[in-house]
Design a protein around this ligand. Structure first.
Ligand SMILES: [Zn+2]
Length: 439
């Protein structure tokens, strides 16, 4: 192949590998593969992209095709999407041990919406503006397609007008129970009872705004909601929110009532069900969603972590301190406290959990007074965790609390905890009854 024939392929490679290799080097590479190694040009391009393109280059198969959001299957390695930004934010994440800022949000066209992630912070995207997402790759996450922009992607402003008709959006809105809400969902409808609602004034970019937020619940769980518009929500009424989107705060899903969301008063389908408490979740479900408000779990205590037992706190800021010195308040007279940091496992997954003094005393029988006296007598405080370990390890616990996630995974701040005794006698009698019935 001569230079002229190679030029269109060069152009493609230049666009994909911009900044990673000079044009001269690129031409030499391509020439070497095609004319020296006798590799067909498509394979040569793939090889070069893989060699210089970084992480997603393995997916590259050629020119991007343009697609509508509604046509995405979740398997597109290279696609152009023209869409309007419905919601956008910058987020700090930790990836491969490094802090990184990424851009994420929701984009939409006349066929639907999808969440997107740009794995860099090199863009300032405006809500309501239309952009072309070039060379995006599409994956599914929680059964929803997600638009990803890696190294080879580029986002450019577009003059295309995009209408997102209320009807087509309502049509694609997915009904969800509260316990199934996950960060990144873009088009959900939720029926729930308003448990609380409050108005807060916040300052957004120098502008005073009112945010309406609170808690709502259905028969599967509770979720925090917030809205920038006043929908006149009242405690105790049951509402259907359609076209809401779900953001996450430390893994806890939060329901956002946006400009396109609709709020309708509906008949309460929950009857006298007490919606104050959430249903139980498996730890596998929690690991998938990342967190939740007032969640019930049960499992086996498989570890008692460091930082458990008798600890010392700063009397002013309540932080746990070592050696009578607080990072904020300097030399202080520490106050004693008890705490357990455990790992609970139910066979589907595991979470960390923090239990306060009251729960620690209840579950281990070791009181703060015992602990202080014992550690004074022995001249060390580590003895307390060692005393607690055999009293809590391999015990079956039922717990309830808020679950949040950080780089160490999901963790529950435990509000209630009970040991679950497996009543072998009752279980055996029940089995005997069944056997006798059969006979
Ligand atoms: Zn302090």
């Amino acid at each position: 192949m001569d230079k002229e024939e190679l030029t269109p392929h060069m152009e493609e490679l230049k666009r994909v590998l911009e900044g990673k290799i000079t044009e001269k080097e690129l031409m030499e590479e391509l020439d070497k593969y095609v004319n020296e190694y006798d590799v067909d040009v498509e394979s040569a391009k793939r090889a070069i992209k893989r060699k210089f393109g970084g992480e997603e280059s393995g997916f590259v198969t050629g020119d991007a095709v343009s697609k509508k959001i509604g046509d995405l299957t979740g398997n597109e390695p290279n696609v152009d999407i023209t869409a309007k930004i419905v919601y956008v934010e910058k987020k700090q994440i930790r990836a491969r041990g490094e802090d990184k800022t990424i851009i994420s949000g929701i984009l939409g066209d006349d066929t639907g919406t999808a969440s997107f992630t740009i794995w860099s912070d090199g863009y300032e995207l405006e809500k309501g503006s239309v952009y072309i997402f070039k060379n995006a790759y599409i994956k599914t996450w929680n059964d929803r397609v997600q638009v990803n922009m890696g190294n080879r992607g580029a986002v450019e402003k577009s003059d295309t007008k995009i209408e997102m008709p209320e009807r087509s959006i309502s049509y694609s809105s997915v009904e969800s129970k509260i316990k199934d809400l996950k960060e990144g969902m873009g088009n959900v409808s939720v029926t729930g009872r308003v448990l609380s609602v409050e108005e807060r004034k916040v300052n957004v970019k120098g502008e005073d705004k009112t945010v309406y937020s609170g808690l709502m619940a259905d028969d599967t769980g509770k979720v925090q909601f917030s809205a920038w518009n006043d929908h006149g929500l009242k405690e105790g009424e049951t509402i259907l929110i359609s076209n809401a989107y779900i953001r996450g705060w430390k893994g806890i899903p939060q329901l956002n009532i946006g400009d396109r969301s609709e709020v309708t008063r509906v008949d309460d389908p929950f009857g006298n069900t007490d919606l104050g408490t959430s249903s139980n979740k498996t730890l596998g479900e929690i690991a998938e969603s990342g967190g939740g408000l007032d969640v019930g779990v049960s499992g086996l205590v498989v570890d008692l972590r460091g930082g458990s037992g008798l600890i010392f706190r700063c009397p002013q800021c309540n932080r746990s301190v070592l050696g009578g010195e607080c990072a904020n308040h300097g030399k202080i007279e520490p106050v004693h406290d008890l705490r357990m940091k455990i790992v609970l496992d139910d066979g589907t997954g595991a979470i960390g959990a923090v239990l306060n003094r009251e729960l620690t005393e209840k579950l281990t029988g070791v009181t703060l007074e015992n602990a202080v006296n014992l550690s004074k007598a022995r001249g060390e405080s580590g003895i307390i965790a060692r005393e607690m370990a055999p009293r809590i390890l391999m015990k079956r616990l039922a717990m309830r609390g808020n679950v949040m996630s950080d780089e160490y995974g999901p963790m529950m701040i435990v509000a209630e905890a009970e040991t679950e005794e497996v009543d072998i006698e009752t279980a055996a009698t029940k089995l005997l009854d069944i056997v006798e019935e059969v006979l």
